[in-house]
Ligand binder design. Structure first.
Ligand code: CA
Length: 269
């Protein structure tokens, strides 16, 4: 692993907001054969933590395995990048709600990764997790655009609490609800109300509604939805998204998710 491959993107990340086309993202994943750890919460294992996709950047296998398991248990989809170059590429994917960044990495040091990502307009929230507890490195990390800093070893509940706080700060909101003209989704309880009906959604149902309701009026293709709600390397049934949408429409009415022929789906604003 390490820097045994040459990244086609590291040198020319475009300025402005990071946008990586879904096609490129998939090709790149296939090309570099991310052994990426596919993790998705089982329906029963799902709890209060918001369902979301996380990028873990960590070269230590033991720590990485532990964190992946912990994040998975908390209901998140996790992609695991094991060196700095892979991390830089992965960060270009805007799908991540948050990145956990180790500093001591092969390929490109974590601080370099962070600095470069921020210089190129990548705004993904970054939480540094590292054993470097010296005050200077904390300050440097924050100066380079990290959102928070956690020193190893740490307890998982603290990590999760920091992640929640960071996301709340980033969102600049204290209200946990996403509201459209037709529906309300509570990201804290996963309760969803639409068409006169209120129900706690399954993990995947929640993940889907959250993606759609964060951008009402925006059309998402099936591939895009899969990108948001599944991690690297997971086998996804070709009609999984359709099945999920069908079941939500059966419960909450056809207006809950609009089918835009040939393009994808959206929720009305
Ligand atoms: Ca390390």
């Amino acid at each position: 692993m390490g820097n045994s491959y040459r990244s086609p993107w590291v040198k020319d990340i475009p300025h402005g907001k990071a946008e990586l086309s879904t096609e490129v993202s998939i090709v790149y994943r296939r090309q570099f054969g991310f052994s990426g750890t596919r993790t998705i919460a089982g329906e029963s294992g799902f709890n209060h933590f918001r369902f979301m996709r996380v990028l873990l950047i960590e070269d230590d296998k033991q720590i990485g395995d532990g964190l992946v398991a912990a994040l998975k248990a908390a209901g998140m989809a996790v992609d695991w990048a094991r060196d700095g170059l892979m991390a830089l590429e992965a960060l270009r994917d805007p799908a991540y709600a948050i990145a956990l960044l180790d500093l001591g990495l092969p390929g490109a040091d974590g601080m370099t990764v962070l600095k470069s990502a921020r210089q190129h307009g990548i705004e993904t929230p970054v939480l540094i997790i590292t054993a470097r507890d010296a005050v200077e490195s904390r300050v440097t990390g924050l100066d380079h655009g990290a959102d928070d800093y956690l020193v190893k070893p740490f307890e998982v509940p603290e990590l999760l609490a920091r992640m929640r706080a960071l996301l709340r700060r980033r969102a600049g909101q204290t209200d946990s609800r996403l509201i459209t003209s037709e529906a309300v989704l509570d990201t804290a309880t996963h309760q969803f109300s639409c068409g006169g009906r209120t129900e706690t959604l399954s993990a995947r149902g929640y993940a889907l509604m959250r993606v759609l309701m964060e951008r009402p009026g925006h059309i998402f293709s099936r591939v895009q939805i899969e990108e948001y709600i599944y991690g690297w390397g997971e086998e996804v049934e070709s009609n999984a998204v359709e099945v999920l949408i069908h079941s939500l429409r059966r419960k909450f009415g056809k207006g809950v998710i609009l089918n835009i022929r040939g393009a994808g789906w959206m929720v009305p604003k």
